[in-house]
Structures are given as C-alpha cells and as structure tokens.
Design a protein around this ligand. Sequence first.
Ligand code: SF4
Length: 303
Amino acid sequence: MKEKIYDRPEKEMLWPGHSFCPGCAEPITLRQVLSVLAEDDKDGKKIIILVTPASCKSVCASFEANAEKVFDMASLFMSASDRATGIRMALDWYGASAALVVLWIGDGAAFDIGLGSLSAAAARNENILVFCHDNEGYMNTGVQQSSSTPQGAWTTVTTEGKKYLKKDIAKILANHGVSYVATATIAFLDDLRKKVRKAREMQGFRFIHLFTPCPTGWRLPENLSIEVSRLAVAARIFPLYEIFNGEKYKISEMPEKRLVKDYLAVQGRFSALKEKEADLKIIQKNVDDNWLRLEKLEKLSKF
Ligand code: SF4
C-alpha cells in the first residue's frame, strides 16, 4: 500500500507544534524518519539517540521528540560525528548495542564545518546512522551559501548567483567504502521510508542525503516544497539512488524526465540566471553528465 504524506505515521514520535517556517520540508521529513526508526520497537524498549548540531531544527523545534523514546543531544558543528561515535562506544560497552545512534545534520555540518569528523567516522565505518537534511545553505543564520548551494543560486553572500558547483557529498562518503549511502526526499515517501528501514537494519556507517526545500531561502512559494522536490528528481538535479559498500550503485526512482529550467523556474533564487541561456546550458550539461555517470556505475554493479 502506498504511504501518503498526510497519513499519520503508525508510530508518532514527535509532539505537535514547532516554529519552522510555513512549508518547510524539514519537520515533515524528520517526523517520517523517526516514525520508521521506531516502528520495529515491539516491546517499547528501543532507545534512539539523536545528535543534533546547530541547525534550523535546533532553533525551530519547540516541540520535543517523544522523550521516553528519543533522546536529543545538542552538539557543535565540527564534533557532532565524534560525539555520536563516543555515544555508540559507550552504549556498546554497556551492552546496549540495540540502541540506535542517529546524527541529524544540515548541509553546513555535513558538507563544510563538520566534514572532517564526518569523514573520520566514515573511514572507520562507525556504526552510526547519519541523516543530512540538505536545504542548500546556512538558513538558520540568514541564508548564506554553503558548499551545498547549487551553481547559480542567490544567497545573501552570492547576490549574483553562486559561481561554482555543489559538492557531491554522497560520492565523497561512498568513496570511504561505508556500508550504505542513499539519497531520498519526502516527495517520494515510499522510497524514503524503504531506505530508512533498510539503513535501520544495517550495521556500520549509513548516510542518507535528504533533499529538504527551504521556502524562505529558496524564495519558493510555501505550498511548493513537495512539488519542487519531485521536480528536482525528475530533472535529475537530485537523482534517487543507493550505494552499497562504496561500490554497488542502484538507481531507485526514474520519473519521466523534466528539464532543469523547469525546476529552476519555480524558485526566486535562480531569477538572475533565468535570463542567461549560456549558464542554463552549462547546468543542464553537468546534470546530464552526472546522470550518465550514475547509469554507468549502476551497470557496472553486480548484485
Ligand atoms: S529557514 Fe528554511 S530550512 Fe529553516 S525553518 Fe525556515 S524554511 Fe525551514
């Protein structure tokens, strides 16, 4: 049966009420992810420990995760992965190996400030589950660029559009040879929940890159977060795939192809670019080349 965004998750892990901006994709994604992480908790004893560095969640989540089931620990950007690693070691030492240690980090923490400790944890294939809610900028401090901000996007420090490409965090982490890397978005809910279930059951370092639209920073109408997520996948800006043990690739969704310009057109942050055909061609070519690379890697993968 298809799971729908407006259905209540079977396991509700969040209390209602928050101060995220209207239309923000993050709280609905967090709600779905936590509900999947908890759904195998038959005897009600499962422990989930979230480690959350500074982000929109840490300032907007006036709701609390169900405190009986989820412990939420604040952290610094650069040491969040170290903290998660330490908690994992302590739990294993005390025999609580069934507990889940979950890092919930934004693109600033994953792509930039926290990349050193994240890479170190990935290199050790630490037994932690990492979710990167990627809103493509430093949104909670006023919309500055991160290395996840796409080429051509306006931010308060790239007023004429960002000049260089977005960093490919999935590729970087997969090259550490970690257990599991996947991309997902709330617009493809079944796919998202399936990947979270899969990651929940695995051991080792698992990383799920979540496409998380930010209406405020993207100058996007607040009712279009889901629609723009769907367009990002169809335009292959954010393809949905999985990487197992750093080498086996599997594309998980292939909706009918749309052009990159359709995706860019609904967002105000690309408005300067819309008049520059040459820039559009470069972005479209990068996206097409990346998709071809992905298809080749999938063909080379043997399952
Ligand atoms: S600034 Fe963006 S990411 Fe942060 S709460 Fe608002 S819409 Fe969500």
